[in-house]
Structures are given as structure tokens and as C-alpha cells.
Design a protein around this ligand. Structure first.
Ligand SMILES: Nc1nc2c(ncn2[C@@H]2O[C@H](COP(=O)(O)OP(=O)(O)OP(=O)(O)O)[C@@H](O)[C@H]2O)c(=O)[nH]1
Ligand SMILES: [Mg+2]
Length: 368
């Protein structure tokens, strides 16, 4: 091989070697570029995921904030509503009064059994008639009063109580406590069968409480009505605290309210099922919170609106339903209602005496 050939071969080999090296470099660069691109893509994916996570976190934080704001606004709304309801302010204003103690219970019990005299010096014998819709809790209320007045350890079951759709009490059931009578009545309901004049006759004392009456308060045949008219001193309307009064029930209750307006009788409203109005009162230990419960204020306001009876002539009770023992606070609750009812009854007796006096106002000095 000539020198020239040798040189050419060497050059060629060098060139090939260089070309290979170049190709290797190019390959490496391509690989690096691919890796770099892949890394960049991975980086992009990572960033996107990070963005997604951040977005989710932001959304979660936003939802949490919205929920917090919603809760807060609901809380504020409830607080405003409660404050508004509390302005109705049914109940005694003297917060110190009424510790719901055994002494208070004993005092009221004693007070009930004290003889009351009218201005003429005659003993007041109140007749307290318990009137209202079927199932309102009239008989249960009477049992509560009895348990309290007799201070029994177990709830009284003297007046038949039930939940059977039609009225369970089917005649007058009178019981005497001290000087006074408490008379449980059959329930009325949404029906035109209860005639206004029958309700009037019973409420104004024209029907004797030993008379037999039908379920629609007609006096049974052969039972005469009496003329005397001083028999009922207070009609206690008993209503379930959230009853929606229909036209007929309103008419029947209005018979009593109108007789009250004419001075024939006094009336008082007792709301029942306090334990369903505000569940805290399922526990009698909470009864001292009675006048600070917005739910109770709302119920009293609503029933005062529906019946037109002023809130000061309304009491609220929780009757014994499942309890096997009585307790001082529930007894006191019943006696507090009874104390006010008796005041209304005594006022009524005086009112009737005064109205008789009024008609003889000019007898001693005739006009001309
Ligand atoms: N949760 C609760 N239930 C009560 C209350 N008062 C009465 N009840 C229940 O209501 C139902 C009817 O009670 P009653 O006392 O029989 O009602 P009533 O007004 O005498 O009914 P009639 O004699 O049928 O006109 C019974 O199941 C009682 O246990 C109360 O304050 N709270
Ligand atoms: Mg009854």
C-alpha cells in the first residue's frame, strides 16, 4: 500500500471514527433532549396536579367558609328570632320570684285549701269547669291537679285519660277539693253538632253537673235544666299548644269567651303538651326555665292570637304521661295554674255580687 493510500485510509478511519462519535453525541443529545422533554412533561403534570390540589383545597376552604358563614347566619337568625320572641315576655317579671321549691309548692297547696269569703262574708265555693277539644289533655290536667292537691307520690289516675280519637270522657266528672269543685267534661270537636245554646247552658250553670249529657253536649231526655245561675265561676279552656282552631271549634270557644264578656263567667286558658313544645321540659328539673324559653313564648303568643285571650290569662302545663312518680316541680306547675284559675273564679263571684248590687244602686234614693 502506498503512502498516499495509507494516509487516505487513516483519514477515512479518522473521519468515520469522528462521524461515529458525532452520531453518538447526537444520539446522546437526542436522548437527553427526550429525557428533558419527558421531565418537562412530568413537571407540567406535577404542576397541574399541584394546581388541582391547590384548587381543591381552595374549594374545600371556600365550602368550609361558606358552611361556617351559613351556620353563623343561621345562628344569628335564631338569636334575632329568639330575642324577638322573648320581647313578648309572657310570665312573671320578677325573676327572683319562683324558685320552684318544695316550700313554694306547700304554700300554694295551703292557699288553695284556705277558706275564701266573698264581700258579703259568704264562703266562696268555686266551680271550675274544664272545657276544650277532645284529646287536649283535660282529664290529664285534672289528674295533675289532683296529684298536686293531694300531694301523691304517683300520678293520679282518677279521671279517665286516653287517646282513641273520639272523646273518652263521656259525662261530667266532678271532684271536690276543699271548698271547690273541679269538673271534667267530655271533649268538643270540629262539628256543627255542638249547638251554641247547649254550650251556653252548660257554661252558664243551667245544666246540673250530675245530669247526663250526650257526646254533643245535649242534656239527655228527662234531665231538667235548672234555673239557678251561679254554678260556674270559671271555665278553663284547655288547648293543645299548637292546635290550629277550625271555624267550628272557634265558634264553640267563642261561646265561652262571649259569656265571659257579658260577665256571666270568667274564663282562663291552659295550654298542654309543654314537653312537646320545648323538649327540655321532658325533664321537670328544667321547669324553672319556663319563662325563658323562646319556643314557649312563641306558643303562648300564637294561642293568644288565635283565641283572643290575653297572655296574662294563659298558663302552660306539662301533664304526666309516662311518669310513674310525681315530682315537686310538676306539682307546682299545676298548682300555679290552679292558683290563678281560683283567683279568676273568686273575682267572678265578686263580680256577680257587685252586678246585683249595681242593679239596686238607686233603690234607696229613687230619681224622682
Ligand atoms: N306529651 C303530652 N301528652 C299529653 C299531655 N296531656 C295529655 N297528654 C296525652 O294526650 C292524650 C289525651 O289526654 P286526655 O287527658 O284524655 O284528653 P281529654 O282532653 O280529657 O280528652 P277527652 O276526654 O277525650 O275529651 C293522652 O294520651 C294523654 O296522655 C301533655 O302535657 N304532654
Ligand atoms: Mg277527658
Amino acid at each position: 500500500m502506498s503512502w498516499f493510500s495509507l494516509v487516505t485510509k487513516g483519514k477515512l478511519e479518522g473521519a468515520e471514527e469522528e462521524a461515529r462519535a458525532e452520531s453518538r453525541r447526537a444520539n446522546q443529545e437526542r436522548k437527553a433532549a427526550v429525557e428533558a422533554r419527558e421531565e418537562a412533561e412530568r413537571e407540567t403534570v406535577r404542576k397541574l396536579e399541584a394546581l388541582k390540589i391547590a384548587e381543591k383545597q381552595r374549594e374545600r376552604a371556600e365550602t368550609a367558609e361558606q358552611e361556617r358563614q351559613l351556620l353563623q347566619s343561621e345562628k344569628d337568625e335564631k338569636k334575632r328570632r329568639d330575642e324577638n320572641l322573648m320581647q313578648f315576655s309572657w310570665g312573671p317579671k320578677n325573676k327572683a320570684a319562683g324558685q320552684w321549691t318544695t316550700q313554694e309548692f306547700e304554700q300554694l297547696q295551703k292557699k288553695f285549701f284556705k277558706h275564701l269569703k266573698d264581700p258579703g262574708g259568704n264562703l266562696i265555693r268555686a266551680k271550675i269547669l274544664i272545657f276544650g277539644p277532645t284529646g287536649a289533655g283535660k282529664s290529664s290536667f285534672c289528674n295533675g291537679l289532683r296529684s298536686a292537691l293531694k300531694d301523691t307520690d304517683t300520678p293520679s289516675n282518677y279521671y279517665a285519660v286516653g287517646n282513641i280519637g273520639t272523646t273518652l270522657t263521656s259525662r261530667f266528672q266532678s271532684a271536690r277539693y276543699g271548698d271547690h269543685w273541679i269538673i271534667d267534661m267530655p271533649g268538643i270537636f270540629e262539628s256543627s253538632d255542638f249547638k251554641t245554646e247547649n254550650i251556653e247552658a252548660i257554661a252558664s250553670g243551667k245544666v246540673r253537673f250530675d245530669a247526663l249529657i250526650t257526646k254533643t253536649l245535649e242534656v239527655e231526655d228527662g234531665q231538667s235544666q235548672q234555673k239557678a245561675r251561679r254554678d260556674v265561676s270559671c271555665v278553663v279552656l284547655v288547648l293543645h299548644h299548637n292546635i290550629d282552631l277550625g271555624e267550628e271549634l272557634k265558634r264553640q270557644l267563642n261561646v265561652i269567651i262571649q259569656l265571659g264578656g257579658k260577665g256571666v263567667l270568667s274564663y282562663y286558658l291552659v295550654l298542654t303538651h309543654l314537653d312537646e313544645c320545648d323538649p327540655q321540659f321532658k325533664d321537670p328539673d328544667n321547669l324553672p326555665n319556663l319563662y325563658s324559653s323562646p319556643l314557649v313564648q312563641e306558643a303562648v303568643e300564637n294561642m293568644a292570637d288565635q283565641t283572643g285571650i290575653p297572655a296574662y290569662a294563659i298558663s302552660y302545663v306539662k301533664n304526666y304521661v309516662t311518669e310513674t312518680e310525681t315530682d315537686t316541680k310538676t306539682k307546682l306547675l299545676h298548682l300555679k295554674a290552679l292558683d290563678r284559675i281560683l283567683n279568676y273564679a273568686a273575682d267572678q263571684v265578686e263580680k256577680i255580687i257587685d252586678s246585683k248590687l249595681q242593679s239596686s244602686m238607686y233603690d234607696d234614693a229613687p230619681d224622682a
